[in-house]
Design a protein. Structure first.
Length: 91
């Protein structure tokens, strides 16, 4: 079943939206709690200012991304990558 949603605020509770598609959608300010995002694909996404808490990030791959200001456990990702790359060059 396909459903086109117009502008507005929506809530989904205990819903199965697996294999749904979202194109040119503004979800800024949205809240996701107890959501299964296994095997999803995010492309051309703005996560600026987003917070991820209590998440399982096992086997997650991030590619071709802007890491400016991104922190993991309070550490700048750009610093982590620079340190890693410098160490790898010494090998």
């Amino acid at each position: 079943m396909s459903l086109e949603l117009r502008d507005g605020k929506y809530s989904a509770y205990n819903a199965d939206l697996s294999e749904s598609s979202f194109h040119n959608v503004n979800l800024s300010g949205a809240k996701f709690n107890d959501v299964n995002l296994k095997k999803v694909v995010f492309e051309n996404i703005a996560f600026t200012g987003a917070t991820i808490r209590d998440a399982c990030l096992a086997d997650v791959s991030i590619e071709d991304a802007n890491y400016s200001g991104m922190r993991i456990e309070g550490i700048l990702v750009t610093e982590l990558l620079a340190t890693y790359r410098a160490r790898e060059e010494k090998r």
